[in-house]
Design a binder for this molecule. Structure first.
Ligand code: SAH
Length: 503
């Protein structure tokens, strides 16, 4: 009999929002977790680090669960022998009730560890260009909450004392009662002229910061509709914001950009957009599943040696083909001696990762151009060609190859179907608030996206929303909806789309 191993709970600080600010220890444990219980402040992108079959549960202050229920859930999952990750915004022990969760685990004699996180206290001012200390201005900082249980003798804040402490002050959870506590500080002797900034959604693509003075900030925040999560910084260091606000001055800062590519195929694109400051909405329109006509691929695998050419038209085709290939064979040499063609640089790069040389790389996704690229290495008349691509893909390519006399087997190695799941509520948020750009990286992402959201209708609702297309084929599909792409990438890659957006 196998003895059930004891469960463990890891309280992990997820950082303030930017997914890159999770610690390495946190990432490592997240990858190992059986259960992830996350807070509402946590960037949902981080949940992608978890294993595919991990149980992912949302539990935070604004969900309908009490702290006691959350504690009991942690204990119950650990008692089932599971590795539990409790993921909390910022640092788990700072205003996040992490201390209470750890106490409950200690009382229940459950093994736990706490992984510190980058707190919004330091990260949000940093990303807004505000160093918390600076030799010219101050040599201390004080943090307090603006959301107090009044009358609680253990925690009650003494504004008369806070008003007298020198140095920077950071106020968490303070935007609701902003008017009250700013007035209170002034009443207790703090200068109404002292610079104050508010940072909303610090370190995230939608970060927004404003500044004024202790006297003006409450009105300003109301006017700018500041909403949580937001923190307030008080002190002369706020003056540096104009000079040092690196994150809000990035080329795509403040832009909401929808990425419609299949999940898992957009990682690099998403990261580059985020690094340029954009708020990225990942709404995959498609997903790939195994092909329906299995017998085709089985036959092709048995005859690989008889082909003169193998043609791949997408990175996904390469991946899907080799997934199927290695189910049958254990040695790459079984691929045989056919020449290999890859349409587009990404497809070629994916093959090279497998240490396979690409003999021809047609740049353009046009049947005739692809056929011509192959003929550069000699006539393809009577050559046997195996096309490894999506099932039921456009027949133009095999027809063009046949015009040059080739014998073509068009093999579906994967199938593209609609993605309908709304990962972490991003699609709902998009439908309610729109975006600045929607990016389409293929005609199929466009078609499936349109089926799901009705693109012309969406554009009527959000007339400022723009469309970016990766190339002529995708643009053609956009025009078929009587719409016009606002930009089309010059090079037909996601980098090409980024270059077009930057213009
Ligand atoms: N443990 C968290 C704080 C939790 S309390 C940490 O260490 O950051 C929640 C408060 O934190 C919010 O009301 C807000 O004041 C602040 N906060 C959290 N994330 C923030 C962010 N990305 N930008 C600005 N403030 C943030």
């Amino acid at each position: 009999m196998r003895v059930k191993s004891a469960g463990k709970v890891y309280l992990i600080g997820a950082g303030p929002g930017d997914a890159g600010l999770l610690t390495r220890r946190g990432a490592e444990l997240l990858q190992r977790a059986d259960v992830v219980i996350y807070d509402l402040l946590v960037n949902p992108q981080l949940l992608r680090l978890a294993r595919e079959n991990a149980e992912i549960i949302s539990r935070g202050k604004r969900t309908q669960f009490s702290q006691e229920q959350i504690n009991q859930l942690l204990i119950a999952k650990a008692r089932e022998g599971k590795t539990v990750v409790r993921l909390k915004g910022g640092d788990p022990y700072i205003f996040g009730r992490g201390g209470e969760e750890a106490e409950a685990l200690a009382a229940a004699k459950i093994y736990f560890e706490v992984v510190p996180g980058v707190s919004s206290i330091v990260a949000a001012p940093n990303y807004a260009g505000i160093p918390l200390t600076h030799r010219d201005f101050c040599s201390s900082f004080t943090v307090f909450t603006g959301h107090e249980n009044s009358g609680d003798a253990k925690t009650n804040l003494r504004y008369e004392q806070i008003a007298k402490i020198p140095g920077t002050k950071i106020v968490l959870m303070g935007t609701e009662n902003l008017d009250d506590w700013t007035k209170s500080l002034i009443a207790h002797g703090m200068s109404p002229e002292i610079p104050v900034a508010i940072v909303e959604s610090g370190t995230q693509g939608k970060q927004k910061s404003i500044s004024g003075t202790l006297a003006t900030i409450a009105k300003l925040a109301a006017k700018e509709k500041i909403s949580p999560p937001a923190l307030t910084v008080i002190g002369d260091v706020v003056k540096l914001r104009g000079k040092l606000n690196w994150s809000e001055n990035r080329p795509l800062s403040g832009k909401r950009i929808v990425v419609t590519r299949a999940r898992g195929q957009a990682t690099e694109f998403l990261q580059k957009l985020s690094e340029l400051g954009a708020e990225v909405l990942e709404i995959p329109a498609i997903k790939t599943v195994p092909p329906t006509r299995r017998e085709d691929i089985v036959d092709a695998l048995l005859e690989l040696n008889s082909y003169d050419w193998l043609i791949f038209t997408s990175a996904n085709g390469v991946k899907s083909f080799f997934d199927l290939f290695f189910k049958r064979f254990h040695d790459l040499r079984d691929i045989g001696g056919a020449k290999i063609a890859a349409v587009g640089p990404r497809t070629a790069a994916t093959l090279r990762e497998l240490h396979l040389q690409v003999d021809a790389m047609p740049e353009e996704f046009v049947g005739r151009k692809i056929a011509e690229a192959l003929t550069k290495l000699g006539s393809i008349e009577n050559e046997k060609i195996c096309l490894l691509r999506a099932e039921d893909a456009n027949p133009d390519l095999p027809l063009a190859l046949e015009e040059f006399g080739a014998i073509v087997d068009d093999i579906g190695v994967y199938k593209t179907v609609a993605e309908t799941e709304d990962f972490f509520g991003v699609a709902k948020n998009f439908v309610e608030h729109g975006a600045d750009w929607i990016t389409f990286t293929s005609s199929s992402t466009l078609e499936f996206f349109h089926k799901r959201f009705d693109l012309p209708k969406l554009l009527k609702q959000f007339p400022k929303m723009k469309i970016a297309s990766i190339g002529p084929e995708t643009s053609k599909a956009i025009r078929a909806l009587k719409l016009d792409p606002n930009v089309e990438a010059k090079t037909h890659t996601t980098d090409g789309i980024i270059a077009a957006l930057l213009k």
